[in-house]
Design a protein around this ligand. Sequence first.
Ligand code: SF4
Length: 372
Amino acid sequence: MPTDPVAVYVHIPFCPSKCGYCDFNSYAMEGDVIDRTVRAIVTEIRRSRQKGRPAKTVFFGGGTPTFISEPQILSILEAVFETHPPIEGAEITSEANPGTADITKFVAMRRGGFNRMSLGAQSFSNSDLLTLGRVHRSDEIGRAFSVAREAGFDNLNLDLMFGLPGQDGTGWHRNLDTALALAPEHLSLYCLTIEPNTAFYRLQLKGQLDLPDDDVQVAMYEDSVARAAAGGLEQYEISNFSKPGFECRHNLCYWDAEEYMGYGPGAVGSTETEFGRIRYTNLKHPDGYCKAIELNLPLSCDSEILTDEMRRTERIMLGLRLNRGLPIGEVLLKHQAIDKVVAKGWAEIDGETMRLTPQGRHFCSEVALELI
Ligand code: SF4
């Protein structure tokens, strides 16, 4: 077993309700099932074959991690720390829904070891939030932000989405400016995508989803990059911006195709084993996941050994998203393809590195397909 530090992800699959656009592994459940799942997650972590391997980052995502109680959150974090002792300065993040902010919980989480919080704001417009099916309202975002600061979090992210039904450029400016006025260390800005098996997908099929057209979405994205930069947040990935030194180190592990442990229902991990790099996905539904843990049955619903070619493909698809680019020769091998995307103005060469141009960021998948 490798002994070097690894990224650790924990999936908490519960939410107060299901948002209309959500295709994450999340369930609007409450009561005993939460206690049972928390116990199962703790057991899974304690049984890890990679026990003893230090954590360089820990990320609690979901779902809504802050929907569960602070003793439940902290019991899982304690199991993580016992199994993967954090290295000095490890980044320990939890996602949080602004509607679930509570000073007692946030203080307990900060004292328990979390040092970064990511607030799922999505929009500062109540009408957007209602459309999206979010449980929080606009004024709760600023309140959650202040509560997090008061609790001692000096590394805060806000998630916002653009391209929402009925949203125009002015509405998006207002959202961005309100977010920037809070002075977060990090912003994640994603365009809404309509995924199959969501309420939004069904509305779209019926022609009942009034989405901004592609040109408006492109303008919203360009505007985000310019406004974030003017607000002191540097773009380091297609959708992510931070103050210098506050890039999300956990997500950088994904984009750099490094190893990561995944615990909890539906969590995905990618780790080195005696057979090579294996990517696995845990059983998704909390009931099936808990049964597997309780009966000591296999926990993965999917696993595969990644060949060298699959790993290089993954490295290109993920690494291209980063502003720092990818090394030529080591990862990018097809020189004709590199020349082609450079000639199109989608990429530029800097010494031994190739990176997307601002124009190329709109064609990341096309560039990746050329290079693979
Ligand atoms: S809060 Fe997030 S995970 Fe939960 S339902 Fe909404 S989008 Fe999905």
